[in-house]
Ligand binder design. Structure first.
Ligand SMILES: Cc1ncc(COP(=O)(O)O)c(C=O)c1O
Length: 248
């Protein structure tokens, strides 16, 4: 059964209350409304929902959000195959999807086979990804202790920003490029200095060097291969020398 995560304003007065909230049953009553409590429940949302007409002193969930997040422009996600297929009235195999930098050829058969016969699919895998990092060490020639494995590049981009950015810091990216850099920067209350690419999608290295000097960014994102054009190489040595974190 699907789990639902519900954010509610619930009494939170003692550890006993906290334990009660971990149970699958909704708490019997709502008494005070000063904290935000996340309830993970396997009950259908209809059985754990807030009353339809809550008392007027219940605060809205939005009032608990960090103020800068209320200003955040929503990220426009891609549409998956099944939605596109229904909308276009075409079978999935007749659609060529080029909007999300995806591998059109799919995983190699060996990968599909390995995924289908995992020994313990119900058990969390090694959180330190030791075997994978050891293999990457050999492949990339970088010591495993310097390799971090993430759930996709998006997680790594998110982690880099969370670990380095303070509110008010700046990052640089070079549009057109992957839009998550600007989104994650906004989540961390950082701002983005944009150094547009040249007409053939090359990075404008001189403009980049000027922007680095003027804005002292915490991070410069140089995407390789870039989304959307696929261009690979950059001259980054001039920036690396200045002691700035360059994420490629
Ligand atoms: C340049 C770039 N970086 C990262 C990502 C996200 O990759 P992942 O699916 O590994 O999280 C994308 C996805 O389109 C991308 O285009």
């Amino acid at each position: 059964m699907a789990m639902s995560l519900r954010l509610s304003l619930l009494p939170f007065q003692s550890p006993t209350d906290a334990s009660m909230l971990r149970l699958q049953q909704p708490p019997p009553s709502i008494i005070a409304f000063s904290s935000i409590v996340a309830v993970a429940s396997s009950l259908p949302p209809s059985q754990t929902a807030m009353p339809p007409n809550p008392p007027s002193h219940i605060k809205s969930g939005a009032s608990f959000l960090r103020p800068h997040l209320l200003q955040l422009a929503p990220y426009t996600p891609i549409e998956p195959f099944e939605i596109l297929s229904a909308r276009l009235g075409r079978s999935v195999k007749d659609i060529v999807k080029l909007d999300a930098n995806e591998n059109l050829y799919g995983p190699p058969p060996e990968v599909l086979k390995a995924l289908g016969c995992m020994d313990f699919p119900n058990i969390y895998p090694d959180p330190e990804s030791r075997r994978l990092r050891a293999a990457l060490e050999v492949d990339a020639g970088v010591e495993a202790e310097h390799i971090l494995v993430g759930c996709g590049a998006d997680e790594l981009i998110d982690l880099i920003m969370r670990c380095t950015l303070d509110p008010g810091d700046k990052i640089i990216d070079c549009p057109p490029t992957f839009t998550m850099y600007a989104f994650d920067a906004a989540v961390n209350a950082a701002s983005v200095v944009k150094v547009p690419r040249l007409h053939d999608f090359r990075v404008d290295v001189e403009a980049l060097a000027r922007a680095v000097k003027e804005h002292s960014p915490k991070i410069v994102f140089l995407t390789s291969p870039n989304n959307p054009d696929g261009r690979l190489h950059y001259c980054v040595s001039c920036i690396l020398l200045k002691g700035i974190l360059v994420a490629v």
